[in-house]
Design a protein around this ligand. Structure first.
Ligand SMILES: [Mg+2]
Length: 270
């Protein structure tokens, strides 16, 4: 365990408020890097069976269990493998409620569903391939990945040029762990995802994440606490060597990797 993360004795007492009124408590989690270990290719990611079992057991006791992911909502559900919990996908642009089949798009998209796809269609596919940038079509969001590229630093440099051009074309670039995502400006975000999931009578909520986009959720959770809409809000930073520095600064407690978060989920489920 790194110096930065906390041992079980440290966090057990701080999580106690979450157990007081389970029916009015929400357990929210990012997926990649938080539940599922990061792998070279996003399509090879897997949620460990123990994490799936912990979430299933939590969903029987707590008011809401939800996954908030940059993946599409249906893809997040497939990966986690549970129908009975909520999924906010595409960084909050999609909502898939427990047991439902229909994905609800975020109203903020409003006719701009194809804007990012049209921009990346104009990029030179041969150039992207030659620098090792892989395109992922996520509907309203288009992602460029360079994890595993032969020259990752060079690929990242090209991604910065593309981000600048995308910004000029009216898109919003967002950075993740070796990924650039291009999306319509405004709306969505994990902050919006958290707000729509918590639009019920909740007293307490916990959110765990490992990356920059999760900070939006941290900030929204804190805002809800400051406004008195939540009595307890706990932001858990899942640390890794790739974590942005703000993650440690902005989290209420830190654990090391998906195993550290799993230990908390299991303890809340026990
Ligand atoms: Mg993540």
């Amino acid at each position: 365990m790194s110096d930065d993360s906390e041992s079980r004795g440290d966090w057990a007492a701080r999580l106690e408020p979450l157990r007081r009124e389970p029916g009015r408590t929400a357990i929210l989690t990012d997926v990649d890097g938080t539940l599922a270990p990061i792998v070279e290719r996003a399509e090879e990611a897997a949620v460990p069976a123990a994490a799936r079992a912990a979430l299933a057991s939590l969903s029987e006791r707590y008011g809401l269990v939800g996954c908030v992911s940059g993946r599409r909502a249906e893809e997040a559900r497939r990966l986690v493998g549970l129908d009975g919990i909520a999924y906010a996908g595409n960084h909050g642009l999609e909502l898939l409620l427990p047991g439902e089949e229909a994905v609800l798009p975020d109203p903020s998209l409003n006719g701009r569903e194809r804007q990012a796809a049209e921009f990346v269609a104009g990029l030179d596919a041969a150039t992207l391939r030659s620098v090792g940038l892989r395109l992922e079509d996520k509907g309203p969001i288009q992602a460029l990945h360079w994890r595993g590229a032969e020259a990752e630093t060079h690929a990242e440099g090209c991604a910065h040029e593309i981000a600048a051009a995308a910004g000029q074309a009216g898109l919003e670039p967002r950075w993740g762990r070796k990924v650039l995502e291009l999306r319509p400006v405004g709306g969505g975000g994990k902050d919006a995802a958290v707000a729509s999931l918590l639009a019920g009578p909740f007293a307490a909520a916990v959110f765990a994440g490992d990356d920059r986009t999760d900070l939006d959720a941290f900030r929204r959770l804190r805002e809800l606490r400051e406004k008195g809409e939540l009595e307890t809000a706990i932001c858990v930073g899942v640390t890794s060597p790739e974590a942005p520095p703000e993650l440690a600064e902005e989290s209420d407690l830190r654990v090391e990797g998906p195993d550290g978060w799993l230990a908390i989920l299991e303890s809340l489920a026990a």
